[in-house]
Design a binder for this molecule. Structure first.
Ligand SMILES: Nc1ncnc2c1ncn2[C@@H]1O[C@H](COP(=O)(O)OP(=O)(O)O)[C@@H](O)[C@H]1O
Ligand SMILES: [Mg+2]
Length: 330
């Protein structure tokens, strides 16, 4: 599929939808040269974002490395990075980058400054870092980068498992402000995303239909694209495709919820009831046990629950459904 519905995660800012704020946030963190962590549950858009940001500021000069559980030592990662970088030719052009940065909402001055900051930089994306079970390997890799690639190299690490947070982040640079959580699209952005994607693939739908899709499937871009693929490429009707993808997505989410919760002693039903009691707006943490608070913190970190001005909120309709099913709450 074309445009924002492109099915893989090698996105550029041209076909990445609705993440301008996240891009700016990542750029401002990358400037300080320490590694940046992008976390969130599966299919929410971590890899695409890392790819688009890298492409934006260094053109072709980045290595997108998918970690493998078979990476048993630091050398495995280093070799993969070297291979990837060696096969690249430099393609960035300054004026192009400035234009793109202005498109995502930066002023000309800021864009110019960023270009200077990242001049001759290289980026390494360590994608799915949770697959490297021994966090010492990543630790050593970062040390190697600093020592051998110098200060022009930046590292972006993505991960979708809580183990990553609890193991890796505590050991290395566990500074919370280096971590960026990716949340699902909220209603308006999701609806616009759906409309645009269908439109770009010569399959225009109405705003009402787009809203319907969102209310069933939520704002996880990967889930929306998977459903759209069945509709656009296979001619399936919207309701069937959306419902089926909903089942798939909910299963994945529940798996992830179980994963996260396995670290704590929490009674899931009573926990979910506490979350949902005020229309999924959480005002007051004093009703939660210590373990529930820790679980809540992880759910926030992985994008299931979002902080807002009143406390925390579960806004995504599919995450609500998944939580209800998980907790056995009707
Ligand atoms: N902001 C976005 N705009 C357009 N497509 C997106 C966006 N975020 C994710 N996608 C698409 O959704 C799918 C899943 O995204 P991906 O980046 O692989 O998620 P993750 O790395 O979090 O598992 C991919 O096909 C990707 O192209
Ligand atoms: Mg990914």
């Amino acid at each position: 599929m074309r445009g924002v519905f492109q099915e893989d995660d090698r996105k550029t800012t041209d076909n990445l939808f609705g993440r301008d704020e996240e891009i700016q946030n990542i750029l401002s963190k990358l400037i300080t040269r320490d590694p940046v962590f992008i976390v969130g549950y599966r299919r929410v858009g971590k890899s695409s974002l890392a790819h688009a940001v890298s492409n934006l500021i260094v053109g072709d000069h980045f290595a997108h490395v998918y970690c493998e559980s078979g990476f048993n030592n630091t050398g495995d990662i280093i070799n993969r990075v070297k291979d990837t970088l060696n096969s690249k030719i430099e393609t960035r052009t300054k004026s192009f980058v400035v234009g793109k940065l202005i498109e995502i909402g930066l002023s000309k001055t800021k864009a110019d400054r960023l270009i200077q900051e990242f001049e001759n930089s290289t980026i390494i994306i360590l994608d799915e870092a949770q697959r490297v079970t021994n966090s010492g390997i990543i630790d050593d890799f970062l040390t190697w980068v600093t020592k051998h690639l110098g200060s022009t190299t930046r590292v972006i690490i993505t991960g979708s498992e809580v183990r990553l947070l609890h193991g890796l982040f505590k050991r290395i640079h566990g500074n919370p402000n280096r971590i960026i959580t990716i949340y699902p699209f909220e209603q308006k952005v999701a609806t616009d995303f759906i409309l645009k994607g269908f439109e770009q693939n010569d399959f225009p739908i109405s705003r009402e239909e787009a809203k319907e899709i969102y209310s069933t499937l939520g704002g996880t871009p990967g889930a929306i694209i998977a459903a759209a693929e069945h509709i656009i490429l296979e001619g399936e009707d919207i309701d069937t495709a959306t419902e089926r993808e909903k089942t798939t997505e909910m299963k994945m989410m529940i798996e992830e919820l179980n994963n996260i919760a396995s670290e704590y002693t929490v009674e899931t039903q009573s926990f979910v009831k506490k979350l949902s009691i005020n229309e999924w707006q959480i005002y007051d943490l004093s009703f939660f046990t210590e373990d529930e608070k820790k679980l809540l913190e992880d759910l926030i970190r992985f994008g299931f629950i979002k902080p807002n001005e009143k406390g925390y909120i579960v806004y995504d309709p599919l995450i609500r459904e998944a939580l209800k099913e998980w907790g056995g709450v009707i």
